[in-house]
Design a protein around this ligand. Sequence first.
Ligand code: 5AD
Ligand code: SF4
Length: 448
Amino acid sequence: MKIYIETYGCQMNVCDSGKIVHLFANQGYQPTSDSRSADLIVINTCSVREKPELKLFSALGRYIPLKRQRPELVIAVGGCVAQQWGEKLQQRCPGLDIVFGTHQLDHLPRLVAEVRQSHKALSATDFLDCPGGLEVMARPVPDAVSAMVTIMQGCDNFCSYCIVPHVRGREYSRPSEAIIEEVRMLAASGIKEVMLLGQNVNSYGLKASGEISFAKLLNLVHEVEGIERIRFTTSHPKDMSDELIAAFATLPKLCPSLHLPMQAGSDVVLKRMGRGYTAASYLEKVEKLRRVVPDIALTTDIIVGFPGESEADFQQTLSMLEKVGYDQIYSFKYSIRPGTRAADYDDIVADEDKRDRLARCQALQDEISQAVLLAQVGKVVEVLVTGSSKRGEGEWSGRTPESRIVNFPAPVSAPAAVEIAAGDIYQVKIVKAFKHSLRGEVVVDAGS
Ligand code: 5AD
Ligand code: SF4
């Protein structure tokens, strides 16, 4: 039996898809990249931005007809769009066998078995106190260096533009013992880097009685032998505690890189977004972080064209980009999410203004990113090798602790016995900066 899985959206979905593949591997399914040879097709959807239904409907338009040649083919849709639409998705798309919500991931094998018996469409989208699937552990990909570990799910912030609290449900923190056990298992299987995942990791544990704080959880992960690097995402600036900022100073394995979504630079817009901070208080957090880790690499999310955003408001977003000097930004045109508070705001920004602002925002950031990368030339940095480079034979690729991509050739002077492999750590001198990556030369073989 073969499973084909298509994943849209965030790292959380990528992580969930890994768990689905794992669940079905236990049932004898092999993953395939060819949808036409699959016995089970799963589409893991995202509804955060753009027109998520369009992408899904077009995928279903391709896959449902495959059932004519393969009557035993089962098609399932999960994730945020599935949560929102429920069985209405099946009314709209006859032939779609299963709709499973964001708390139902671990029920998918049972749902597939039932559909194979009854040949009737099923949907399961209830929210649970403890989202199912959080305790499913994905088997690490062979030769992988990094792995994602979900530590919490859901969000209670209800930013006015955001669908996530509506489709992922309330914040739930996974027990710290289970998280540490998973990290230990990953380390034992050769994983060197863990990325702790959640919609708002900074509020980990706060609402679970007797649970430790996120900063304390980082301390425990830090103690796991074999783990060399720790990262986490996503953080909310308002919950970036002093205890967490201090962790960057005390935990050497905690990488000096942080994704800190700013969304907008204007206080008026931030207030209407319901973000709970001002541009000044955001900058204060950045300054605090930089006092602790002067070279911390920051990335952010930006929304342009939020209802009511004036040109002057937008200029303040540009000014924040200059003040902070992000490595990279992820910038989006605001798009209405039905059911959110901002969907009722009527001072809509014209699409051409949104497009124009997005282009200006990205052009400015391109210059900033380029300057950040150029400043790396001449420095010696630590690179964790992630695999061979796309550039071809003898070329390797890895990441610095700041998460910057570095490509480098295998050192010719290395002893013949030393072979570079994913998971090795090398000191690399940066010799050139490209638009999104760096090029370097190995200077000291620090071994693996
Ligand atoms: N429109 C545009 N961007 C959005 N995001 C979330 N909701 C919307 C929306 N309605 C962006 C935010 C968030 C990122 C994951 O997606 O920037 O941080
Ligand atoms: Fe959405 Fe805001 Fe929660 Fe992030 S913090 S998931 S933007 S509601």
